[in-house]
Design a protein around this ligand. Structure first.
Ligand code: HEC
Length: 203
């Protein structure tokens, strides 16, 4: 018996079924996503990145931070993300509506950074940590990003805004000043705040 027709029909149905399940239906579901308005001050969440934070996103990408860090909080019952204080709720598709490409990441050599701006808003903490992670986090295996800074040696004139390094790590009186890319990266990190309540993210 000639089954050519059945084979072609089967192949067609397989492709049509997976295309609609993986592409068409998700596309239709997500096109409904709009920002929500914060009733307290009328601001919108999520909001697109702008200024230094927007430029810092490129630094985050080209420094490969996403190889060791994720930006996605799993729901309760799917791991300890919320218990570890990586977020107060799971992250959902709407959190990423302005992100392209989305930097979800796959490896967690370091902590999740979806809410690092809420958890650690202090600029100087980030500068010290990026310059030498050991300063803020004893035993850290994160690489140093010293080329994102200019170092001012002891005895040189210290410009305003320079950050002193603790004497236990670098010779006393040494200061660091972030380069433009260092500043951009830290503003991007400080903009990572996905704590705003969304109706579809119950926990
Ligand atoms: C080789 C893996 C690795 C890479 C690459 C890496 N990190 Fe990390 N990161 C870690 C580890 C491990 C920790 C936890 C220890 C610590 O705080 O230093 C960490 C911690 C952090 C923290 C503190 C998180 C917290 O919850 O306290 C921030 C912020 C951070 N990294 C940002 C970055 C940025 C920005 C980059 C890219 C410039 C980067 N990391 C690249 C491994 C990495």
């Amino acid at each position: 018996m000639n089954r050519t027709f059945l084979v072609i029909l089967g192949a067609f149905l397989t492709i049509a079924f997976s295309l609609s399940g993986l592409v068409l239906i998700p596309n239709w579901q997500f096109q409904e996503h709009k920002p929500v308005v914060n009733p307290r001050d009328g601001s919108q969440y999520p909001a697109p990145y702008y200024g230094l934070a927007l430029q810092g996103r490129d630094v985050y990408v080209d420094q490969g931070c996403a190889y060791c860090h994720t930006q996605q909080v799993r729901p309760k019952g799917y791991g300890g993300d919320i218990r570890r204080n990586w977020g107060n709720r799971r992250t959902v598709a709407r959190d990423y509506m302005y992100e392209y490409p989305i930097l979800l990441g796959t490896m967690r050599t370091g902590p999740d950074l979806a809410n690092i701006g809420a958890r650690q808003p202090a600029r100087d903490w980030h500068y010290l940590h990026l310059f030498n992670p050991q300063i803020t986090s004893a035993g850290s295996v994160m690489p140093r990003y010293q080329y994102l800074f200019r170092t001012v040696k002891a005895g040189e004139m210290v410009p305003a805004g320079a950050i002193p390094l603790p004497a236990a790590f670098h010779s006393e009186g040494t200061h660091i000043i972030p380069t433009a890319r260092g500043e951009q990266l830290v503003e991007y990190l400080r903009a990572q705040n996905r704590t705003f309540p969304l109706p579809e993210a119950k926990q």
